[in-house]
Design a protein. Sequence first.
Lengths: 264, 93
Amino acid sequence: MAEAAIGAGLSGALLLIALRDETDSNLTALKVSQVTRWLVDLFSLIMTVLIGWVLWLTIYVEPVERLAPLANAMLEHSGVSNPVTAVLLNYRGYDTLLELVVVLAAVLGVMVVGRERRGYRQAGPVFCGLVHWLVPLLIVTAGYLLWIGAHTPGGAFQAGATLAAAGIVLRLAGNDAAGLPEGMWLRWLLVAGIGLFLTVGLGVTLNDGQFLQYPKAWSGTLILLIESAATASIAAALVLAYRGGRPDGWLSVADKDNDREVSS
Amino acid sequence: MVDLLALILVFSGIAFFFFGAIGLLRLPDLHSRLHALTKADNLGLGLLIVGVALFHGSLLVALKLLLIWLLALLGSAASAHLISQYALRRKHQ
């Protein structure tokens, strides 16, 4: 679900702004030879068969379970009742921590490349009307996804992607900051997830000597706390990636990179 | 009986999606393509959702599905409007 939200929703938005940047230059249609077309058709066919086969396997073939019973058996110790969340935030906390680091590294990479794109002009009445309905609904949905992550599919990455969608809609409607704060607040927002995760991890290390080994009574609360901070950080990072570079005034020295992307 | 009705609804929804996709591929210009896409998707999704709600038989699930449909209606109406307005503006320039 997280992959679907980020892969389908946000990559689509990123690809579209990449296309917007390309339209100024000469974007000629690629000449596709007959052979290439055949190869593409063949590839699509193979992928379709493969996906169908995997679907058939998951539905009809008896699964070979190795780790799943173990994960379910230890569920009562994890502080949540959704096995996926238990694996991501408790048994395999390291992995999720490093995923957050990857997201932060990616957005830092985006910021190194250049200054952010120019925003959009104020949207017309139809789109503004849609935004007025959509943004509050997206925020509520993100909160809901975060909360239900404890017992059904959901969690920080899904909630973060949903929240980022609200930011992108805001930016498209003419709010250049896309709902993000400025300056120091933005920096704190970006590192909140990793910061809290590490603090909790080190804090419990002091308690019983194991990194990221939550005390049983507290694990539910700690997981919710970490996931809330991670949601905010993921959303901020994804929206910044959509803004496409470092915001004005990000560097403490004068920003010499003056060739901002010019687009309509 | 209810299951049969649900099945018919789901399949007619899928048929709408199918013809919408054909329309998107085959119709000559942007506006008629949008017409095929939005009409087919709205009604197709509606039928699909009524069918699935009947299958499931729970009111809460039905309400959630209804919310999804309303959002899809809002989104597709607004985006179709935006796309066609943009195309019109470009044509008159």
